[in-house]
Design a protein around this ligand. Sequence first.
Ligand SMILES: Cc1cc2nc3c(=O)[nH]c(=O)nc-3n(C[C@H](O)[C@H](O)[C@H](O)COP(=O)(O)O)c2cc1C
Length: 354
Amino acid sequence: MSELFSPLTIRSIQFKNRIAVSPMCQYSSEDGFANDWHLVHLGSRAVGGAALVMTEATAVSPEGRISPDDLGIWKDEHLPFLKRITTFLEAHGAVPGMQLAHAGRKASHVRPWEGGKMIPPDAERGWQTVAPSPVPFIPTETIPLELTAEGIEKVIADFVAAAARALEAGFKVIELHAAHGYLLHEFLSPLSNQRTDQYGGSFENRIRFLLELLERVQTVWPPELPLFVRISATDWTEGGWTPDDAVALARVLKAKGVDLIDCSSGGNVAGAKIPIGPGYQVPFAERVKKESGILTGAVGLITTAEQANGIIASGQADLVLLARELLRDPYFPLHAAQQLEAETAWPSQYLRAK
Ligand SMILES: Cc1cc2nc3c(=O)[nH]c(=O)nc-3n(C[C@H](O)[C@H](O)[C@H](O)COP(=O)(O)O)c2cc1C
């Protein structure tokens, strides 16, 4: 039997294999609404055999969007179409997951394929960004507003409302996005968090916002459903967040009931030197798993069936999350099963091609 195609049970949810669709912004929404694009994009990957299909970073508030075109879940009107998507994903054997996000100082940008530049707050479609400290990501960008105690409470309330809505929409997994230099990561890293109150300074203070937010989200997210956190395991920069910090955080999150740490890296420092190569972030998933005992997800340049299977078989991670390879080939899991001579269900409509 191939380990990649062995099932995984977390709380009440069984994943049919270890392949997840990594969250991928589509920048294709109007006013946060999901539409036909999202149904077809996410639906194809369920048909393609992924066990977990995760939405893109889904904004918990309009000001938490990376771009004005991001998917959102800040109002009840967003739910009917999302429900249609979760129903389709489940009907095709995939567990629907939603990544909940606030972009912090990296909000208010145009879509990457339109140049990806920041939209100033006074320009059409732009808004004022917020962050732990008034430190822009790039010196030439708008200075974010430092979140006040009320601002922090609003963000937490937005995440709680979003998690409750995700549940109502039929999602069975939520992932808190605490990676890639977005708001939650900005609090974790001493490079972006220069606060002098209880949310800044020591490691315990910098993780406080994430922990408070998590505890509040857990009041609405049921204990029978999995809760993941995506982190950047390192800032790849001297003086920043480190793999040691990632392990220490993972131990705390495990004790607080988080089920899986999705181990990414970087994104908080423009121009950080990252040694990119096949599976370059897998060692983070391995270390966090071994040293904290929590389940981990490995992500980053995982592109072949053998490589993905090796990560699971060698116990480096419990799940592999694929992004770009699943854009190239939505049927990667079906193809991987053939290559590994593993059994996996094909959609009945496609059986004649098996
Ligand atoms: C088009 C695109 C959009 C992305 N959007 C998100 C996102 O919304 N949230 C997130 O955590 N990561 C996002 N990422 C990062 C991926 O989830 C993944 O971590 C990264 O691409 C490395 O995996 P890969 O080598 O399999 O592509 C995105 C990546 C791509 C290519």
